[in-house]
Design a protein around this ligand. Structure first.
Ligand code: SAM
Length: 392
């Protein structure tokens, strides 16, 4: 497959992370549509990119950030993998621009006002809303605000949200199944809408729920998995977590809001727990959940935004808990589960254990058997299984 993305700003050889499926590109036609249009505005002098402060939002692998890294850009994302891909691709394609781009985490406040805002769609509406409410407060008058979206993903509520939170929005005609969204920043009635749709500041847009039996409060920022209620797979896992054998070093892999860590910390109060997630919002939420429900002296918890266990020391860990994701952005598949299981084997000490929960139909036991050479069914119901594999 040809990895070359052709744009008027230049041609760029971009790779995804992970790069295991050769049928998936690091960009789509929405990225190219946006860059084509932006270049036209740049060439005609309508937009002065050389002197503009540019904000790029939700760039998955650098398709926008790499071509525009030559200008003054901030690239905002909730995904540490996206940030890693952006850096990797800039190093590969235009290393001279590396120092010019700033990576902004979704958990950080925006620090300046922007002249150009370029955004891609995200699947999670609550997260998109959180982002757009932040953006609304950080655009200069007359800013160019331009979105790019695959036509099949354009929802009525996306348009409504943009109309309400930033300004009058129009969609372009489709080009290669993509559309552009033109958002007028000179909107009227902004204050009225902010009061109606944003009772809290976007930076503090946190939802909580209570666990049934214990009344402990679970904290969730906007982009966190199952943020309004306990996921049913997680609920089943919580009922079957290890509580007999002793474990010192424990990882909650793909920790989300930290609910598994909370319960394992209560089972093993003297342990060291590491909460890992590729979402900055998940890691921040896990910290809020554990801080709120545990006494500081009880357990030693570390929080890491990371691509699974890619940078984690090998042979270091006694127990790994995992409720694996089954999609990366819009792409459904088992690549991340494979990665997590394979890396778990490297990370565990001899005799260390990986415990997972999964939908029965995903047949994770076959993967564990292949990687670890063993697996054990801990519990099953009509939907889920809890499985254990031991590193021998
Ligand atoms: C099914 S959710 C489980 C969340 C939480 N453990 C629970 O049970 O409620 C999977 C989590 O994995 C995270 N994730 C996805 N890909 C990841 C990766 N490459 N590295 C680390 N975490 C990842 C997602 O952000 C998500 O929080």
């Amino acid at each position: 497959m040809n990895d070359q993305m052709i744009t008027p700003f230049g041609d760029f050889n971009l790779k995804r992370i992970p790069d295991s499926d050769k049928n998936l590109y690091a960009w789509n036609s929405a990225d190219r549509y946006l860059l084509n249009h932006l270049f036209e505005l740049y060439q005609s002098g309508e937009v002065d990119l050389d002197n503009a402060k540019i904000l790029i939002i939700n760039d998955a692998f650098g398709a926008l950030s790499v071509p525009l890294a030559q200008f003054s850009c901030d690239s905002y994302s909730d995904s540490v993998i996206s940030h890693q891909a952006i850096i990797q691709n800039i190093k590969q394609c235009c290393p001279e621009d590396l120092g010019k781009i700033t990576l902004l985490k979704s958990t950080e406040a925006l620090k300046c006002h922007y002249d150009v805002v370029l955004f891609k769609e995200v699947k999670n509406y609550a997260f998109f809303q959180d982002e757009m409410l932040k953006v609304a407060q950080h655009v200069n008058p007359d800013a160019l605000i331009l979105g790019a979206i695959m036509a099949k993903n354009l929802q009525k509520n996306t348009m409504e949200l943009l109309n309400k939170s930033i300004g009058q929005t129009q969609a372009s005609l489709a080009w290669k199944k993509a559309r552009l969204l033109f958002v007028n920043s000179e909107k009227t009635g902004q204050d009225e809408v902010k009061v109606k749709s944003s009772p809290v500041q976007p930076e503090t847009n946190i939802s909580t729920y209570e666990l049934d039996e214990s009344n402990e409060i679970i904290y969730n920022l906007a982009n966190v998995f199952s943020k309004n209620k306990l996921d049913i797979g997680t609920r089943f896992f919580l009922q079957h977590l290890p509580n007999e054998k002793n474990y010192k070093n424990i990882i909650d892999l793909g920790c989300g809001n930290g609910v598994l860590s909370l319960k394992i910390a209560q089972n093993y109060p003297k342990s060291n727990i590491t909460c890992i997630d590729e979402s900055y919002m998940a890691v921040a939420s896990a910290k809020m959940t554990l801080d709120a429900n545990l006494q500081a002296e009880d357990v030693n918890v570390t929080y890491k935004a990371a691509n699974a266990l890619s940078d984690y020391p090998q042979n270091s860990t006694d127990l790994i808990l995992c409720n694996p994701p089954f999609h990366q952005q819009y792409v459904v598949g088992d690549a991340i589960a494979w990665q997590m299981f394979k890396q778990s084997k490297k990370t565990l000490v001899k005799g260390g254990e990986l415990w997972i929960v999964g939908n029965r139909h995903l047949a994770y036991h076959l993967k564990l058997q292949k990687i670890f050479g063993n697996h054990e069914f801990i519990a099953a119901n009509n939907k889920f299984v809890v499985l254990k594999a031991v590193k021998n």
